[in-house]
Design a protein. Structure first.
Length: 158
């Protein structure tokens, strides 16, 4: 099986060093299973003149410009909730359908625009809890590593 490219398209720069270090850690661990690529699109500067919906809409344009072929998985608090075993099963299914590329979308502070959610092949939630959009990056990488560990019979997931 060829190594899948996982493109994480995220809105806004990471401002927390500990999140960056955690992402680097899991990125190294994941390198035996997948090729991780980060695409950071600029966040829209929030002002009183823009509603959250307008911010999401403008960020959606930036996300669309960064998309490539492959499967599109949007992360949203309104998405399907699954445990780690179910997520591993979904990841395995994504790999069979993705033509080598899985795009994970992480929205900005106001989430993802409805048009992006409708365009996605899957919409998933990482938890019933709400996380900051920056922390979601780290949680996503950890869950990807856990899922690949499950799929490859490694002990990490226990």
């Amino acid at each position: 099986m060829t190594v899948v490219r996982i493109r994480i398209i995220a809105v806004g720069k990471d401002k927390e060093r500990w999140v960056t270090e955690g992402c680097e850690h899991f990125g190294k661990l994941l390198s035996r299973f997948a090729r991780i690529e980060w695409i950071i699109v600029p966040a829209v500067r929030v002002s009183a003149a823009l509603t959250p919906a307008q911010v999401r809409q403008r960020e959606a344009g930036r996300i669309r410009a960064a998309l490539e072929k492959g499967l599109l998985v949007a992360l949203s608090d309104r998405g399907e909730k699954c445990d780690s075993i179910t997520f591993a099963d979904k990841l395995e299914n994504f790999q069979t359908r993705c033509h080598g590329i899985i795009n994970f979308l992480v929205g900005g502070a106001h989430g993802l625009d409805e048009a992006i959610l409708k365009k996605a092949d899957a919409v998933l939630s990482l938890s019933p809890m709400t996380f900051s959009h920056r922390l979601v990056r780290l949680v996503l990488l950890e869950q990807l590593y856990r899922a690949f560990s499950i799929l490859h019979g490694r002990d990490y997931h226990k």
